[in-house]
Write a protein that binds this ligand. Structure first.
Ligand code: MG
Length: 226
């Protein structure tokens, strides 16, 4: 079995600028009574658990564990906003997911800093949920409520999936690229996010500007040859 683990933001979908922060502002106000938002910290490709704690710390609120209601409220506000401004599915993503979902040796999972609720809000809005939903109707993968550090997420996944299973990571972030390299996991990187192709090329031989035109077929080929 090959587990192909997809990041969400700027790898599969792109969300209107400012929407995530705006939704977080409502969550911080409603759940913690704080006037702040996620952009007050360096939130890029961080986990939701880390972001919520770091932002609250800045306004003098200390918490050990993020309450579930915070994740759920952030997701609900995101879902409402996405109804007016749906995410954009990035080039070649539907083609890749369609092709891989037909391969019995492949299982698609998420590896994302989003909580499962916010991940669902983002990919449900554009009908990508079907590829990541298991028979018990849960999203497969590891999520931003499971650890403070993104690097920890892949370790959690590995512990759950022992044996000869292979893993490949599809991501746009530097943290994701480093995590894959440090843990000796092959990666397929895409520069549709903030990190330029030249930077990502330091971490993987499989780097794409995007998966459009025929490039998605190359991704299928790389995974088939693992
Ligand atoms: Mg990303």
């Amino acid at each position: 079995m090959i587990h192909v683990m997809f990041d969400i933001d700027e790898t599969m979908v792109s969300i209107k600028r400012g929407l995530n922060a705006k939704a977080s502002r409502l969550m911080f106000k409603n759940v913690f009574g704080a006037d702040t938002d996620e952009e007050t910290v360096d939130n890029f490709s961080k986990t939701e658990s880390w972001i919520i704690k770091a932002v609250l710390d800045k306004v003098g609120i200390k918490i050990d564990r993020v309450p579930e209601t915070a994740y759920k409220t952030w997701a609900e506000e995101t879902l409402k906003m996405l109804a007016d401004d749906p995410p954009k599915v990035l080039p070649g993503i539907r083609e890749i997911l369609d092709a891989l979902s037909k391969n019995e040796n492949v299982q698609l999972s998420l590896l994302t800093g989003n909580s499962p609720w916010r991940a669902d809000a983002k990919i449900h809005a554009v009908n990508l949920c079907q590829y990541f939903t298991s028979q018990d109707h849960q999203l497969r993968g590891v999520f931003g409520d499971m650890a403070d550090e993104r690097e920890e997420l892949i370790k959690i996944f590995k512990r759950k999936n022992k044996g000869d299973d292979k893993i490949v990571i599809v991501d746009d972030s530097l943290i994701g690229a480093k995590m894959a390299k440090d843990q000796n996991i092959p990666s397929i990187l895409v520069s549709t996010g903030k990190i330029p192709k030249s930077e990502l090329e330091k971490y993987s031989e499989n780097v794409f500007a995007d998966f459009g035109e025929n490039r998605w077929e190359k991704v299928i080929g790389i995974i088939g040859n693992l």
